[in-house]
Design a protein around this ligand. Structure first.
Ligand SMILES: Nc1ncnc2c1ncn2[C@@H]1O[C@H](COP(=O)(O)OP(=O)(O)OP(=O)(O)O)[C@@H](O)[C@H]1O
Ligand SMILES: [Mg+2]
Length: 598
């Protein structure tokens, strides 16, 4: 029983309050305790006043007590509200801190792609936006009132015990039975079922589509504006329906509850009336016990459950995600320093790899050696596994079999940070940081001259001042075109090369550049990376042909390897692809000839 309570989201929620802000949580609990006791004290004080009046005793004490209780009742409520609002905000902040640390912490990225974690991640990410329930700062008020009522009810029950031992048992038993009878209405039931979370995820996606810029073009162009709004409304309605369904009151249990509560109250009040009439119960004590009997009802229901339910579900999600993300994104780091490597070669030895969420093998016996300091181009169809190779070399995942070896040492033996600082990359879907141009080129910092020279190498000298934020939404900010962004990403890699990176990965680095820009920049890239081991992934054969060697990747293996001339002479897959692309430009002229014609 205790273990079940401790495993419940509600328990975790209360534990988290103290971890988010211990003094505030302590104050919140203390005020809650006092507020909870006040109804019982009030019942006793009222009895004392009536008793004093009846016996002609001095009134100052009892009336003073009633006054103090009354004032406290008035003052403590708004005070508690204010403490709760702050505590709610602090707790939401604490949870978001935990979540960001859990997401960013693991060295791998499998945890962000794991479908088993997606639902929790959605809930944990947006819980305080008020879409599926009130934000924590508001919920705290409801939770506080619910708890105050419960404590108040228990206090009243104890006072009633002074009248007769059976009275609190009967009355509290009847009120408590409503919890069980109305369990269908989920007074104590977790309403965040899998179906609710699923609906929440869909509602969240439609919401993100509607309010964020990336989808704005397609929504308009394909006439999806109304569809998005309808989808959001529909999914959110479904969410509410599910919650409503879970908390719906059913007729029969309600009737039973009413009968039970009515019966218990009739017995207790009837007994008091008889005792009062026979003189066994003085008027003052009657007032106290009658007030306590009424107060017992507070243990029945209240706003606690639903508010606690919706407030504690994301706490459960965040606390679940933390330990789940660790192993899902774990990559054990080695201890060797990666300084100065590769000095001899980068070797992919018989690599076999499938993504954690997809059993299909992307690489199936991929074997290839790249001499240090040389350039290798990888070509292959969409989905062949080129980007996957790049990610494996960055050690964002580990292969299931085989190894990547640097100068004969398994990549997993190197210190992860140390290895990553040896490489740089322009990813196919590189990130456009909403930061100053300077920070986009050198996220870890670099002298301005270096940044300027990297920008010049990437043909991006005059895009913006180094301090300009590269996003429209900021003061003095600006946005760039796709090709301009690609030049910034290239500059980022070239800057890292100047800072000493030994391996450069370029995954479609010029896909968005105009033809003239591409040829010009490619020469500069080769120049800048002539001493580094460079891996170029590209569909453009005009750039690919400049690499020292070219590898054709198909069905998870390297099926051809050699220089452009070797592979043309071989007359295999490379030649077919090359000629197919060249023929698009007529007379067998490849893109480079077109460049020259320009
Ligand atoms: N994160 C992922 N989770 C599961 N499967 C993935 C993931 N990323 C890629 N894949 C799958 O792995 C295969 C190889 O993808 P990869 O991105 O390496 O191809 P690619 O050769 O770079 O293709 P393109 O030329 O289109 O860039 C594809 O079938 C793809 O669906
Ligand atoms: Mg790719």
């Amino acid at each position: 029983m205790l273990a079940r309570i401790q495993a419940s989201n509600g328990w975790k929620f209360f534990a988290v309050l103290g971890r988010a802000d211990a003094p505030l949580a302590l104050a919140w609990w203390a005020v809650l305790g006092v507020r909870g006791v006040l109804p019982a004290v009030f019942a006793v004080a009222m009895g004392l006043v009536v008793g004093a009046v009846q016996h002609g005793a001095p009134l100052a004490g009892p009336v003073g007590l009633v006054g103090v209780v009354f004032v406290l009742l008035q003052v403590l409520s708004p005070m508690h509200q204010a403490i709760g609002t702050n505590l709610g905000s602090r707790t939401a902040g604490w949870l978001y801190d935990q979540l960001t640390a859990a997401c960013v912490g693991p060295p791998g990225m499998g945890h962000l792609e794991d479908p088993r974690l997606t639902t929790d991640l959605t809930m944990a990410r947006d819980f305080d936006l008020g879409i599926s329930g009130p934000p924590l700062s508001i919920s705290m008020g409801f939770i506080a009132s619910g708890l105050v009522e419960m404590v108040g009810g228990i206090g009243a029950t104890l006072v009633l015990g002074a009248y007769a031992w059976w009275a609190p048992l009967l009355l509290a038993g009847a009120w408590l039975a409503t919890h069980w009878l109305l369990r269908e209405s989920a007074v104590w039931r977790d309403r965040n079922t899998e179906a609710v979370r699923e609906a929440e995820r869909h509602a969240d996606y439609a919401y993100q589509l509607a309010v964020n810029p990336p989808a704005a073009k397609e929504l308009r162009l394909f006439g999806l504006a109304a569809w998005t709004v309808e989808r959001f409304k529909g999914r959110r309605r479904r969410l509410f329906e599910l919650q409503w369904e879970a908390t719906r009151l059913r007729e029969r249990p309600v009737l039973w509850s009413l009968l039970l509560v009515l019966g218990a109250n009739l017995v207790v009040f009837g007994a008091m009336a008889l005792d009062a009439a026979s003189g066994k119960l003085e008027l003052g004590r009657l007032v106290t016990f009658a007030t306590a009997a009424v107060g017992t009802s507070m243990i029945a229901f209240g706003g606690l459950s639903w508010a606690l339910d919706s407030a504690s579900a994301p706490v459960g999600a965040v606390l679940r995600l933390k330990p789940a993300m660790q192993p899902a994104g774990a990559l054990p780091s080695g201890t060797r320093s990666a300084g100065g490597i590769p000095a001899r070669e980068v070797r992919f030895r018989n690599l076999k790899f499938a993504y954690p969420n997809n059993p299909e093998r992307v690489l199936d016996g991929f074997d290839l050696t790249i001499p240090a300091g040389s350039s290798l181009a990888i070509v292959g169809q969409n989905g062949a596994g080129k980007t996957t190779l790049a990610k494996l070399l960055c050690r964002l995942y580990d292969p299931q079999a085989g190894a990547i070896e640097i100068d004969g040492v398994d990549l997993r033996e190197f210190d992860l940070e140390s290895w990553r600082s040896r490489l740089t990359a322009v990813f196919q879907d590189f990130t456009r940081f909403e930061l100053a141009l300077r920070d986009n080129v050198a996220p870890r910092g670099a002298p301005d001259e270096l940044i300027q020279s990297a920008l010049a190498q990437a043909g991006a000298s005059h895009l913006a001042a180094l301090d300009t934020t590269l996003a429209k939404g900021y003061q003095g900010g600006t946005d760039l075109s796709g090709g301009q962004w690609q030049r910034v990403a290239l500059a980022r890699a070239l800057c890292a090369v100047q800072l000493g990176a030994g391996v450069v990965l370029l995954d479609e680095p010029t896909a968005q550049l105009d033809v003239r820009g591409e040829a010009e920049i490619f020469d500069r890239i080769l120049q800048a990376t002539r001493r580094t081991t460079t891996i170029l992934i590209s569909h453009r054969f005009s750039t690919v042909r400049h690499a020292d060697r070219i590898c054709v990747l198909e069905h998870g293996k390297a099926i051809e390897l050699g220089s452009h001339d070797d592979l043309m002479a071989l007359g295999g897959r490379y030649r077919t692809m090359f000629e197919l692309q060249a023929s698009r430009f007529g007379n067998g002229a490849d893109e480079e000839h077109l460049d020259e014609a320009n």
